[in-house]
Design a protein around this ligand. Structure first.
Ligand code: GLC
Length: 599
């Protein structure tokens, strides 16, 4: 064969090799940046077979996972912190979350569904196609999402003491979550509040352990009836932190120190979590507090010995926001300590690349055993299988029509009615007649949906003012009275001088929205301006009714003797019409204080 022919065949080989290199290189490039895994698991793999038992599916999937894929499942990342969407498949992330206000730019049901579906597609493009848990704080309805039904916060549900109502609210919340693709609710709060100066008082069902147990259980049952993963939080004893001990410089009591002894922790604060476990709660979120100089996030006694040992918790333990990396000292040591203590999923919520590096080192060097890694991952996988994440979940138009529906709002209005507590009515002036000729209404919280809803509504801290759909308390009053009745409203109560005495004056005041430690307050009370408004209206009304919109008891004892009636509506949410339903006698007052309110 001539040399030219040889040269030609050599060149041809070079071209073939170059082409092969380019093809393989491009495949690797695409896999790296898109997360698509060319060697995906076969469709007939046992774990994909919905007819097999959960345990069989967990065992099969676990046996197929690499160490890095196992580590990825333990990461819970805030969606805005995802640097490259391909990272979801590349790191095999187990879960994403939207913190308060952390939704999509288009904050609608459809916008959320599009966002979550895209994340899920990314996750399913990975080699094993493990779906994501997507967590939200749907703590009083799916309250991050514009247009969702906004229920009274838990403290008002505590006043209702109605477990069936709470269960129905949880079902509705689950229905509205399903329309957005979210499948994990960081709710209910199972804390038993002992100090109302705590900014999270309104997130609890109150100060009575049995009441908290019963309502926590009902809420978990409601979520699980529609396969939404519930979260009993914040394990444990957050309601008993000491004022002035917060480790967060901006707070006073939240993220503070718990000083009560083990016996009280067990008798007062543990039972709601034990009942939630019996009800099959999928996850338990660890408190950001510390006890006996130990961060609960690193307490092997509470997270493993008691929770997973004594109480046989089969779900997974999730740490609270940044609470692992908040542990003083080296982040590697903090992560190793927390995982070995019993944390199964780490709410990072930012640094997932650092997490992956540290975890791989810890497992390779034996600081975290493969048994501990497998235990954490199989707990997470079990909950994912039980929630049906691996099996086709379609959302119908009928599902989507439930979002913010009239039927849902009616239940929210029922909850408002049942949450009202009559604190004073010495002269039995309530209910007010719908034929009352002239009613004055005033106060900063009379026509303000943001104050009715409080924190964890659209934004983490809530939004003062009328930014969400709903009915204000004032609108409810105007809708309730007869056509002959004259309702006059002035926010500041500055009605024209010489106004003849009105038959009834109603002043609606209280707290501005807040969440967590931002709401820590050494003396919850009305402002001087609020008290002035009350006095102005009192001076020109035959009877004066004060309505408080707040997340906790306010100290009104110095003034209450000057008022004819006093009602707390707590944080009623979007359906303010429920207040008038009771004020004007369509329904009786049935709510009872879920904690002490000194008057
Ligand atoms: C917060 C809260 C917790 C919430 C989580 C996610 O810091 O402590 O209740 O579920 O972070 O938003």
């Amino acid at each position: 064969m001539g040399s030219s022919h040889k040269k030609f065949s050599f060149k041809r080989k070079q071209v073939v090799l170059l082409l092969l290199f380019l093809i393989v290189g491009s495949l690797v490039f695409v896999e790296f940046f898109t997360g698509i895994r060319w060697q995906k698991e076969s469709e007939d793999a046992l774990y994909k077979d919905a007819t097999r038992s959960t345990q069989e599916r967990v065992d099969d999937l676990l046996s197929r996972m690499t160490t890095d894929e196992k580590i990825g499942q333990m990461a819970l990342v805030e969606q805005n912190s995802i640097l490259l969407r391909s990272d979801i498949a590349r790191f095999g992330l187990g879960a994403l979350l939207s913190g308060g206000g952390g939704g999509p730019d288009e904050n609608t049901q459809e916008g959320w569904l599009t966002m979550v579906n895209d994340f899920q597609e990314r996750a399913k493009s990975s080699r094993l196609g493990i779906p994501l848990l997507y967590g939200v704080d749907a703590v009083h309805g799916h309250s991050n999402v514009f247009g969702a039904t906004i229920f009274p916060h838990q403290i008002g549900l505590g006043a209702s003491a109605d477990a069936d109502l709470v269960r129905r609210i949880a079902v509705i919340t689950a229905e509205e979550m399903i329309t957005t693709g979210t499948n994990w609710n960081f709710s209910p709060t199972a804390d038993v509040v002992q100090d109302i100066r705590w900014g999270r008082t309104y997130e609890t069902f109150g100060a009575d352990t049995k009441l908290v147990e019963d309502l926590t259980t009902a809420y978990v049952e409601g979520l699980h009836s529609l396969s939404i993963v519930g979260t009993a939080k914040h394990y444990l004893g957050s309601g008993a932190m000491e004022w002035g001990t917060s480790t967060n410089p901006g707070y006073q009591i939240d993220q503070g120190v718990i000083t009560i002894d083990e016996a009280v922790l067990r008798s007062t604060h543990l039972p709601p979590f034990a009942r939630a476990i019996d009800a099959g709660v999928g996850s338990i979120m660890v408190s950001h507090a510390s006890w006996n100089d130990v961060e609960l996030t690193t307490s092997h006694m509470w997270l493993t010995d008691i929770l997973k040992g004594e109480l046989s918790f089969q779900g997974f333990v999730v740490s609270d926001w940044y609470s692992v990396f908040d542990i003083p000292g080296d982040k590697y040591d903090a992560l190793v300590t927390a995982v070995n203590a019993g944390v199964d999923m780490v709410m990072l919520p930012y640094e997932y690349r650092l997490f992956a590096t540290h975890m791989r080192r810890a497992v390779d060097e034996g600081d975290i055993s493969m048994d501990r890694l497998n235990d954490a991952v199989q707990r997470i996988l079990r909950i994912k299988f039980e929630a049906g994440l691996f099996d086709n979940q379609t959302i119908s138009d009928a599902d989507i029509r439930t979002f913010g529906s009239i039927e849902h709002k009616e239940v929210a209005r029922e909850a408002v009615r049942k949450s009202l507590v009559l604190l004073k009515d010495a002269q039995q002036i309530l209910p007010i007649s719908k034929e009352t000729p002239r009613i004055l209404v005033a106060g900063d919280s009379a026509d303000n949906l943001g104050r009715q809803a409080g924190g964890w509504t659209i934004e983490w801290q809530g939004i003062d003012g009328n930014w969400i759909p709903g009915t204000t308390i004032l609108q409810g009053i105007e809708d309730a009275v007869s056509s002959e009745t004259n309702v006059e409203y002035r926010q500041a109560g500055d009605f024209p001088l010489g106004t003849e005495l009105a038959d009834v004056g109603i002043v609606i005041v209280g707290e501005t929205p807040y969440a967590e430690g931002v709401g820590d307050n050494e003396h919850p009370e009305l402002s001087a301006e609020d008290l002035e408004v009350i006095d102005r209206v009192r001076a020109i009304s035959k009877t004066i009714i004060v309505i408080l919109v707040s997340g906790r008891p306010l100290d009104v004892s110095p003034y209450v003797n000057d008022w004819d009636a006093l009602v707390t509506v707590w944080l009623p949410g979007s359906e303010g019409g429920g207040v008038a339903d009771v004020l004007f006698g369509d329904y009786p007052f049935t709510g009872k204080l879920p904690l002490e309110w000194p008057l």
